[in-house]
Design a protein around this ligand. Sequence first.
Ligand code: ATP
Length: 436
Amino acid sequence: MQDRSGVMEKLASLGKRKGFIFRSSEIYGGLGSTWDYGPLGVELKRTVTERWWTDVVAKREDVVGMDAAILMNPKVWEASGHVDSFQDPLVECGQCRRRFRQDHVEGDVCPECGGPLSEPRMFNLMFKTFIGPLEDEGSVAYLRPETAQGIFVNFRNVQEASRQKIPFGIAQIGKAFRNEITVGNFTFRSREFEQMELEWFCHPDEAGQWFEYWLQARFDWYISLGVAREHLRLRPHEPDELAHYAKVCQDIEYEFPFGWSELEGIADRGTYDLDQHLELSGKDIRYLDPNTHERYVPVVIESSGGIDRTVLTLLADAYDEDEVEGEERMLLRFAPHIAPIKAAVFPLVKREEMPETARRIVEELRARAWNVLYDEGGSIGRRYRRMDEVGTPFCITVDGQTAEDQTVTVRDRDTLVQERVSIDSLAGHLSERLNP
Ligand code: ATP
């Protein structure tokens, strides 16, 4: 498909209609840039997190996981620099009162109404709350704006408990919160989102090579989800764009219909975070090399990706329109191993043994923990279209011939080819395609 303008609007409407993504608390008019995942959206999200955990943690001897609390001692955010530096320049239009991030607007007039913009004022992105009954300075706490600090403050705990030796990584998946000034582009910039972060601890002499290693590994990971290579690129940060903690950073970007935008950042954080925590906490959290007996602060190479942005990428990349037998078709071309519904089973008609046979097939396939649907409503063409719209790769139809020779048809969403497959070999047939 050539023209991708309008795709985000179509995805938002398809997302709601089919149960991928809803606006949060929609019946009350929603809440700015927070989102709820419906039955199909949560499947996609779980697939992303499970694949990340499998590839980054489970398959590797040198990475261990953890799960830190969202609320942390506020000293963490002082040490990390977030209290002082995690801020964006906010400008306000004197005419329509809309607010923007100064670095997101060109020139000094309002992009919406052309009114004059105010002088920028720095705005901290952390959500503030209070612990306990008193709302005073002493009880301030923040909702974490990144999961990484939970890893840094536990560096010593995890290293000693797991007996990992440098180089090794600590991985975490969890919610993060940012009071973003400008939001939009569907879920791309949300105020509550989920991160998947790997903090890789290495000797300072090896930082460069590990940075390159993780950059490549993480880029390839998006391709393994079925995202088109030509829609992905690496973009090094300009020096003035670097976060306060980073020495070098490259973004993995996806070409969304609204332009190239960040999916994940790979950064050399140097020894910044551990140095800061060492200083402010006064605890010696340095690493002791068991061979050389050298005590040092390791360098951190970070890979920080967003689950919501990955889900949005999968949706945007899969969205397509074509024509089948003179009729327009809207479809999601998810790779089979990513698709939220793996297959649907249809009785051609609601007669004879067809519904029973179809239900038996659904049960057998579900026993493999595949999300498989039964559908007997409407013409077979309509049932195919419904599944195309949610990206189901295979539709299985029980027809008149099934009773004679115990075969069904398996229709491929992309090629539209229908194969006859015996019921006995159906699970094996699908398994090959669902587990590349
Ligand atoms: P930006 O410059 O776009 O505000 P950032 O560079 O501050 O983003 P990072 O701090 O590098 O973002 O965050 C790491 C990852 O977390 C991002 O690559 C993205 O996938 C995810 N992320 C960050 N902010 C948001 C958000 N508001 N909504 C959804 N995902 C986010």
